[in-house]
Design a protein around this ligand. Structure first.
Ligand SMILES: Cc1ncc(COP(=O)(O)O)c(C=O)c1O
Length: 305
């Protein structure tokens, strides 16, 4: 059961979460014409007065880009200010996952994006591990990742998550934890809500941004961290068979953080993952505000005022 934070940002102010609800005729509910974000924030281990947000600028930027793809103007500073107000009023005490959502809020029918009222809200839940940090089993989905010509994949468009939902459920019902989706060209794209990395011969490889992936913020962070540590990173097409013979395979995402894959279909993968371990340790330390060189990725919100 999700534990929702007491207050949500809704129609321009903070109100109790239970009162933040929309009509059954809400346009986005029917047509998937919304876009969301997902960011993590944790209590500052070094200061109980502050809360740490990871790469909030990038998350808000992507949300506003998603809004733009839905032909909606959303101001980055406005979203940031509402987010900070919502955190301050809730005064959370454990790690949270923040969900902003921009959507066609008009009532009525006819799929469209013009001449329609839009709005955004933000709520948060307490969230620990989304996937087991020990590792997950994956199946290769029978569902194909959508392509950018049918759906704007650079946004986190709510309607797009029907494919993720079908793939995740197909995996779960057949006894796996997660699904890996191939794109229309048959190349590896990503998981239901995470990007994918493989390690071969000491090189870190991940499908490029032209492989119908969501441009993940954790993915970009991992690429930057790896390069800074002297690990060679290659963004290129990944074939299905590479998954089975890679030295390491792992997933990245805000919810999943860095999660190793221990089995794909019936193939067991290596349990020694030195590169993933190194990157995960570093990323954890950054998100906990313990890396002065990466302070730029952290926003500290004072929750005492
Ligand atoms: C489909 C999909 N791919 C990848 C990701 C990972 O993106 P990020 O690292 O920005 O959370 C997510 C999660 O937001 C996602 O929903």
């Amino acid at each position: 059961m999700h534990k929702f934070l007491k207050y949500a940002w809704f129609k321009g102010r903070c109100i109790p979460f239970e009162q933040a609800s929309v009509s059954i005729a809400t346009h986005a509910l029917h047509y998937g014409t919304g876009a969301f974000g997902g960011m993590r924030a944790i209590p500052d281990p070094g200061n109980n007065k502050s809360f740490l947000l990871f790469r909030v600028d990038q998350h808000i930027k992507r949300l506003c880009q998603s809004a733009k793809l839905l032909l909606t103007d959303l101001s980055e500073s406005e979203v940031y200010n509402s987010l900070v107000k919502m955190i301050k009023i809730n005064k959370p005490t454990s790690p949270i996952y923040i969900r902003p959502f921009v959507y066609t809020s008009d009532l009525g029918i006819a799929p469209r994006l013009h001449n329609i009222e839009t709005d955004y809200f933000i709520y948060a839940i307490e969230l620990g591990d989304y996937l087991s940090p020990e590792g997950v089993t994956c199946r290769i989905s029978s569902w194909t990742r959508q392509e950018d010509n049918s759906l704007p994949l650079r946004g986190k468009i709510s309607g797009a998550y029907i494919t993720s939902s079908l793939a995740k459920t197909e995996a779960a019902l057949s006894g796996f934890d997660e699904a890996l989706l191939l794109n229309k060209r048959g190349k590896v794209s990503e998981a239901s809500g995470m990007n994918l990395f493989i390690v071969r011969n000491g090189e870190l490889i991940t499908p490029g941004v032209d492989e119908d992936i969501l441009e993940g913020i954790t993915r970009a962070s991992v690429i930057e961290l790896a390069r800074q540590s002297g690990i060679k990173v290659i963004e290129r097409s990944v074939d299905k068979t590479e998954l089975f013979i890679s030295d390491e395979v792992f997933l990245t995402g805000t919810a999943a953080k860095i999660t190793p894959i221990k089995q794909i279909e019936s193939t067991k993968l290596n349990v020694n993952r030195p590169i993933m371990d190194q990157l995960r340790k570093k990323l954890t330390s950054i998100t906990e505000g313990r890396e002065p060189l990466f302070e730029k990725w952290i926003t500290r919100v004072d929750i005492t005022d």
